[in-house]
Design a protein around this ligand. Structure first.
Ligand code: GGG
Length: 359
């Protein structure tokens, strides 16, 4: 009997819809091929369209609605007709916070066969993971604006680092290193300029590191780390950083993986008290939405991370092999990767690779 898992599917906006449908198609095929699991989906069309129709991205009881699911499979949020801070705070950020998905795991790996953008750096040089703090820091949502429109207008955006939040994400990074056979953890701050919050993070990092003597550590300023992504990606293993810093760095990570369409992202509540959320790193890309050319691989890879999280390790391995078979062959790729294939054709290629592997 296959294991059953309840999955909430939220395609969201733009290419989120295009790619999530393809991700579901692949996961269903994998379920058929292996017979190991079944995903029982419920689809929620929470999006900018809903915002215009009903005044909000999600219903007021959304936490109750989503809580029974084991995972959430998410596409993208954002559309030009709504300010980005309204859409992001209307859909994605509230879910991460309310469900305490404090560990945002984002692999930075150049898959075999893909042409990277760094001269002299191939798949053997670009293989690390970013662990992003996902519930506080620069995205704490604390602040305000007063005296709007006057010469003495004030805008305050508070950066909040709690000991609990900082310790647990740094410990998560070390545990990730230990359990995944990684050798080192790199911490990212800006402690020369931010003498309170960043120096606090550095202190906590040093404290937690003493519990993991077998794991090497390095500390970098975020500007130096941005350069290092480009110059020495092979020196990186598990990079742990605050909400904003890792958000920015992982877009750079997407670029060195060949395309923003590639990187996946797992928003994890490690306690499993709440559903965890899996999504591509990319956003809704309105310029190509609905054109059938969005790269589905980041979303399919996010589905692979979801299976791994659910404990379907063999199926997850099979799916990763199928994704890599497609990139290695290099014949069926979307335009962002230099190909001419459609979204659907790339999905078909992954499905064909799965079928082949499952025989
Ligand atoms: N699929 C992810 C997505 O829609 N991202 C939009 C975005 O702006 N995300 C910012 C973040 O990940 O904090």
């Amino acid at each position: 009997m296959p294991n059953h898992y309840a999955v909430a599917v939220i395609p969201g906006d733009g290419i989120g819809v295009d790619v999530i449908n393809e991700g579901v198609r692949v996961l269903d095929h994998l379920a058929d091929v292996t017979g190991a699991f079944r995903l029982d989906y419920e689809r929620f069309n929470w999006s900018t369209a809903r915002y215009f129709e009903q005044g909000s991205y999600m219903p007021s009881d959304w936490t109750k609605v989503l809580q029974p699911f084991q995972t959430i499979y998410f596409g993208a949020v954002g559309w030009p007709t709504v300010p980005d801070h309204i859409s992001l705070w209307g859909l994605l950020l509230p879910i991460r916070k309310a469900f305490d998905q404090y560990a945002n795991v984002r692999p930075v790996r150049l898959l075999p066969g893909l042409r990277g953008r760094l001269v002299g750096k191939g798949a053997e040089h670009i293989d690390f993971v970013c662990v992003r703090e996902n519930t506080e820091g620069e995205y704490s949502g604390v602040g305000g604006r007063v005296h709007r429109g006057t010469p003495h207008e004030v805008a305050i955006q508070d950066i909040v680092f709690t000991r609990m939040g900082t310790e647990r994400i740094i410990r998560y990074a070390f545990e990730y290193a230990v359990t995944r056979g990684r050798k080192s953890v790199q911490s990212v701050t800006k402690s020369n300029a931010m003498q309170f919050s960043a120096v606090f993070w550095d202190d906590v990092f040093e404290e937690v590191a003493t519990e993991y003597p077998a794991i090497a550590t390095q500390r970098y300023l975020v500007d130096a780390m941005a350069a290092r992504f480009v110059t020495h990606p092979e020196s990186l293993d598990v990079v742990v950083a605050s909400n904003l810093f890792a958000d920015i760095l992982t877009d750079l990570g997407g670029a060195i993986q060949g395309s923003m369409g590639m990187p996946p992202s797992a928003n994890i509540d490690p306690t499993r008290r709440h559903p965890s959320l899996f999504e591509p790193v990319h956003g809704s890309a309105p310029d190509i939405a609905g054109k059938g050319i969005a790269n589905p691989l980041g979303t399919i890879w996010a589905g692979q991370m979801m299976l791994d999280f659910l404990g379907e390790t063999e199926s997850a391995t099979l799916l990763m092999q199928a994704i890599e078979a497609v990139t290695q062959a290099g014949t069926v790729l979307t335009p962002d990767l230099g190909g001419t294939a459609t979204t659907g054709k790339v999905t078909d290629a992954v499905i064909a690779a799965l079928t082949h592997a499952g025989r």
